[in-house]
Design a binder for this molecule. Structure first.
Ligand code: HEM
Length: 399
């Protein structure tokens, strides 16, 4: 029986040998510890993600430890009955998702490019010659928060406090040590942000007409609680993933100097390299689903309500999909087939926004740091069961 233990130290530092072993032993198996089915091949994971009728995103009607935990997490936000978009199923999901489409069109996102490039420049300007630079606190955490506030056109005078709340939430979410102070700050940030969005959405005249928030009061398909929850989803939804994606990407470049050089000499490879970074070391390692009926998956009998963990990290290194999967190769032909953004109806809405940020940030880092290597503070891993990335990553300062 394959044994899945993502809390082992060796797994946290490098899960990929274990993930290969699990996939070799069984593409689908039941973990008694997690009371969940573990799915490790690219094909099986993609099939489950596409099939929302057999596999629900909502844990509410299922049993088991994991489902209860998940339900508790989504209840942390005091917005009445509203559920997070990622935990809904069609047709409810389609109705809420449509209200956000306008904000994430490629055109709307491309309009943010000058802001993103300027913000990356300003953050990297703080790196001092010859001094180690803390990449997470200095670049990867503040960038997505600044970008999402710009997307929402939050008034300039409110951005300072919103940044504080969003950063507290962001850090609390992925703090493995469960530091009580950090968790209390995250909870307080969550409450403040909820109150802020509640007030803003109750006074539509105060909202910038081009901001994402302005569309929400008019979204008649949404209940008032759903509008607030949606504002929170968008404000916080992608921040941890973006920060970890950039951290993991820079780690891959530090570990593969030849690939960093290749990218420096051929900047046109950058968009594909961003996908390769997402494939090679995904910030999102587990996507969950719940069986809606008795069914089979990978030849195993799955019962109604059973929890299913799709191991994205295993799917992204499946040799049936990616030849030599453990090689980090900025010229790989099909890196975009990774499952880091999911698949099917819940496919990540922030994907174009992430691409803009990653292109600007990785380009900025390669331009400013002529030799990428660890600085004095080295690497401290953060993350949770489903998120993987650095908590702190110190790189040697520019020459
Ligand atoms: C590296 C960065 C990111 C990664 C790896 C990522 C990953 C994902 C994944 C895996 C899902 C689907 C979850 C599921 O199927 O259950 C998702 C959904 C979503 N993401 Fe992202 N995300 C990233 C960045 C962002 C950003 C920057 C935003 C927006 C500001 C964002 C907004 C969303 C939203 C709104 C959904 C819900 C879509 C739905 O349920 O229909 N994401 N993301």
């Amino acid at each position: 029986m394959p044994f899945f233990n993502p809390y082992r130290r060796s797994y946290i530092s490098d899960p990929y040998p274990s993930l290969h072993r699990l996939r070799d032993e069984a593409s689908v198996f039941r973990s008694p510890e997690f009371q969940a089915w573990i799915v490790t091949t690219h094909d099986d994971c993609a099939d489950v993600l596409r099939d929302h009728q057999r596999f629900s995103s909502s844990p509410l009607d299922s049993e088991g430890e994991v489902a209860t935990q998940l339900q508790k997490q989504s209840d942390q936000v005091s917005t009445g009955e509203a559920r997070a978009l990622v935990r809904m199923d069609p047709p409810e999901h389609t109705r809420v998702r449509q209200s956000l489409n306008r904000a994430f069109t490629p055109r709307a996102v491309a309009g943010l490019r000058p802001f993103i490039e300027r913000t990356v420049g300003e953050l990297l300007d703080r790196a001092e010659r010859g001094q180690p630079f803390e990449l997470m606190a200095g670049l990867t955490e503040p960038l997505p928060v600044a970008v999402v506030m710009e997307m929402m056109r939050v008034p300039a005078e409110d951005r300072g406090r919103l940044t504080e709340w969003a950063t507290a939430i962001q850090r609390g979410r992925v703090d493995t040590e469960r530091d009580p102070e950090m968790l209390a700050a995250a909870q307080a940030g969550q409450e403040e942000l909820t109150e802020y969005f509640t007030d803003a959405l109750n006074d539509p005249g105060s909202l910038h007409p081009e901001g994402l928030l302005a569309a929400l009061p008019q979204a008649e398909a949404l209940t008032p609680a759903e509008r607030i929850k949606t504002a929170l989803d968008v404000a916080m939804g992608g921040n941890n993933s973006t920060a970890f994606m950039l951290g993991n990407g820079v780690l891959a470049l530090i570990a593969h100097k030849d690939q960093a050089e290749e990218l420096r000499s051929h900047p046109e490879l950058l968009p594909g390299a961003v996908d390769e970074m997402l494939r090679f070391d995904s910030p999102n390692q587990i996507i969950m689903r719940f069986a809606t009926a008795d069914t089979t998956l990978g030849g195993k009998d799955v019962a109604t309500g059973d929890a299913i963990f799709l191991l994205v990290g295993a799917a992204n290194r499946d040799p049936a999909q990616f030849p030599s999967p453990d090689r980090f190769d900025v010229r790989r032909e099909n890196p975009h087939r990774h499952l880091s953004f999911g698949r099917g109806p819940h496919y990540c809405m922030g994907m174009p926004l992430l691409r803009e940020q990653a292109n600007a940030a990785i380009k900025g880092v390669l331009e400013r740091f002529d030799e990428l290597r660890f600085g004095g503070g080295g690497l401290v891993r953060g993350g949770t069961l489903s998120f993987r990335g650095p908590k702190r990553l110190s790189i040697a300062g520019p020459a």
